[in-house]
Ligand binder design. Structure first.
Ligand code: SAM
Length: 376
């Protein structure tokens, strides 16, 4: 049975996490204690509790579930004439395999206020949309003026390159500063990959996106606001900058690999090479022609991503889990270089795992491989 918890996204933010997130928000945005605040999905009320502890007295909230709120209320029925200085909290997230967790656009057509007052053209044309996106869009309608902010916990997938473009564009119409925060702690009773995103207007960070990844130390990276549709995942950016790319010695694989696609036989059913046995193929047999050997790297799968082997372009059949690269002409007959590259990739499985921290199955991009540095 699909549980109410899953459908309504009832994952409550731990009190110590709420403390940390509120302190972060307040370190950027100085607020009077009497500002008007809305928590649109209050759950067990942890955000409201800590806000009140911090002496913010003007806090409203919505919670749809009568088991959690004595007077349940649906955020999508709240009149947009109610305006706030801050809309803050942890809205429900839709689960891709759970239809009921989405915002059903047709079902809301008869609602007041009408969906047309907050949906963009793009969302209005769909049957359903991720509920966290609709919380953001409606949240925008509750802002008092340009000094107002939205601060939401969002699934980290929100900031994957080119995802949720229309919502991001709408946010940019209101805000010129975005702060995206992640740390290495578990924020709910389950580990859900998420971040805390602050959308606001700060003179000293005008047209900037600040990415913060905290792992005992606060690591910060600042981007121009034009990068909004790029991949803005603090943990990934941190690992790219501090892991095997920027700090590592060596030469990127783009110096060795051709970018042209390699034609290779692939079959889902009849393959002799898969992620299971690719590590057995790290050498070129003595009796074989080195030129025929290409480098295959597993591109998906939580445990296998980044595994590498040398495959024979005439004899081997792969499944669909690989990127295959040929070496540039000057290296194609060089058995030692091919085996060396393969071994160095396999010696660093963490590199590929850490730069693919996303929701669902991990998958890497070709550029992640081409940026990997080797010492040859
Ligand atoms: C992820 S929980 C977060 C609760 C709280 N903000 C926290 O961080 O602990 C989301 C809450 O939103 C509620 N909810 C879902 N849809 C809603 C709606 N349309 N209006 C108001 N609350 C809703 C759920 O019942 C759930 O308690």
């Amino acid at each position: 049975m699909k549980s109410k918890k899953e459908i309504l996204g009832q994952y409550f933010t731990k009190v110590e996490i709420v403390h940390n997130l509120l302190n972060l928000f307040l370190s950027y945005k100085k607020c009077e204690k009497n500002i008007k605040i809305l928590e649109p999905a209050l759950g067990t009320g942890n955000f409201i509790k800590i806000l009140r502890e911090k002496k913010f007295s003007n806090v409203d909230g919505c919670e749809i579930d009568a088991d959690l709120a004595p007077e349940p209320s649906d955020f999508f029925e709240m009149p947009t004439t109610q305006k706030y200085d801050l809309v803050i909290g942890n809205p429900p997230f839709s689960k891709y395999n759970l239809e009921e967790s989405y915002f059903n656009i047709k079902e809301h057509l008869s609602f007041s206020p009408p969906t047309s007052t907050y949906l963009t053209k793009n969302e209005a044309g769909k049957n359903k949309e991720k509920i966290e996106n609709i919380f953001l869009l409606k949240g925008l309608q509750h802002l008092k003026d340009s000094t107002s902010s939205i601060a939401f916990i969002l699934p980290i997938s929100f900031f994957i390159k080119n995802k949720n473009k229309s919502v991001k564009n709408e946010l940019l119409k209101n805000f010129s500063t975005i702060i995206i925060y992640q740390d290495d702690k578990v924020w709910f009773d389950k580990n859900i990959p998420c971040c805390f995103a602050i959308f606001t207007n700060l003179e000293k960070l005008k047209n900037k996106i600040v990415l913060i990844y905290e792992n005992g130390k606060k690591n910060e990276e600042v981007f121009e606001i034009e990068k909004i549709h790029e991949e803005l995942i603090p943990q990934v950016v941190f690992h790219k900058n501090n892991g095997h790319i920027n700090n590592a010695k060596g030469v990127p694989l783009s110096e060795f690999f051709k970018t042209k696609k390699v034609k290779i036989k692939k079959s889902y059913k009849e393959n002799n090479v898969s992620a299971k046995n690719i590590l057995e193929k790290s050498t070129i047999p003595e009796n074989k022609t080195t030129e025929n050997y290409k480098i295959a790297i597993v591109r998906v799968g939580n445990s296998s991503v980044g595994k590498c082997g040398l495959i024979n372009e005439h004899e081997d059949v792969l499944n669909d889990m690989f990127y295959v690269f040929d070496l540039k002409d000057q290296y194609t007959k060089n058995k030692a270089i091919k085996e060396n590259i393969c071994n160095q990739i396999n010696a660093n499985p963490d590199y590929f795992k850490k730069i693919t921290c996303r929701v669902g199955s991990k998958s890497i991009k070709k550029e992640d491989i081409l940026n990997f540095k080797v010492i040859v």
